[in-house]
Design a protein around this ligand. Structure first.
Ligand code: ASP
Length: 290
């Protein structure tokens, strides 16, 4: 299949090449595809991924078909495959898809046009990981040897699952922390207060209530006190250490309101970088390389 479905299928060199290309685009490199049309199809709520893909497409001069899934024939029972096959038959040159089902793209193996995965269930969020890596690379100029702890609702997080695999591949030391009920052993567990003292990067996650089968065992107030990035914890971090979060973030739960925009926070820079990595991915694919 063409496009970008997950990062596991990409070599480490290809991932580094995409990050460098995104950095070049951020510095002002211009490339246009005025005769191309790309559809965005979001079956789950999204602000950053949806609109940053759209900004990326606009910056590349590509025409956008934004499929309103609440008014499409999906509500008449049409399958994902038939919806995508229809868009392909209409002549679109690629499709950005977000869907709540893990690995939904496996149903789309017959599709010839590129598919850009905007997140699938709890499994993958490849462009989020690329923008996280770009933000880390801009900050530290390297990956090898950096220590990162991902904190919070790990077991429901496609962001954590995608990042852990690629960060380890890039030679980073990756840990997880937060409530034991969200520990899926996808990386070594470390107590939060130890992570605060030792890590170069603390990556916070939202508690993804909409993906929970069972109610969280603690209140959001307890969560904040035990596992949240409070001002006191932020002040104890290493001098050059940074705070990241894929957002949306909940002020007062996983992060104190004032910490979200403190000097150590790279949350809004991550959003800015999201536009450039999505431009890099789409451009590389339309050039026939992805
Ligand atoms: N925006 C990220 C995602 O789509 C993280 C989140 O929703 O909490 O997975």
């Amino acid at each position: 299949m063409r496009g970008l479905l997950n990062l596991k299928d990409l070599s480490t060199d290809k991932i580094l090449e995409l990050i460098k290309y995104a950095e070049k685009l951020k510095k002002g490199f211009r490339i246009q595809y005025p005769d191309k049309k790309i559809a965005t199809v979001f079956f789950e709520n999204s602000t950053r991924t949806h609109y940053s893909f759209q900004c990326a497409l606009m910056n590349l001069g590509i025409k956008i078909i934004d499929v309103d899934t609440s008014h499409s024939s999906v509500n008449k029972g049409e399958s994902l495959y038939d919806t995508v096959r229809t868009l392909e038959a209409l002549g679109v040159d690629g499709i950005v898809i977000r869907h709540s089902k893990d690995d939904y793209y496996k149903e789309l193996e017959n599709i010839k046009i590129p598919i850009f995965n905007g997140g699938d269930g709890k499994a993958n969020h490849p462009t989020q990981s690329l923008l996280d890596l770009m933000t880390i690379h801009e900050e530290f100029g390297k990956f090898k040897g950096l220590k990162c702890c991902i904190v919070g609702d790990i077991s429901h997080s496609r962001v954590a699952h995608t990042n852990i695999e690629i960060m380890q591949r890039l030679g980073m030391e990756v840990y997880i922390s937060g409530p034991e009920e969200f520990n899926d052993n996808s990386a070594p567990y470390i107590p939060l207060d130890q992570a605060i003292d030792e890590m170069d990067i603390i990556m916070l996650l939202r508690v993804q209530f909409e993906r929970h089968q069972e109610k969280m065992s603690i209140t959001v107030e307890e969560y904040h006190q035990k596992y949240g990035m409070t001002v006191e914890r932020m002040k104890r971090m290493k001098e050059k250490a940074i705070i990241m979060h894929p957002a949306p973030f909940n002020r007062g739960v996983e992060i104190a309101g004032e910490v979200a925009e403190c000097e150590k926070s790279r949350i809004f820079e991550q959003m800015t970088n999201g536009v450039y990595v999505r431009m890099a991915v789409i451009s590389d694919s339309l050039d026939g390389n992805l």
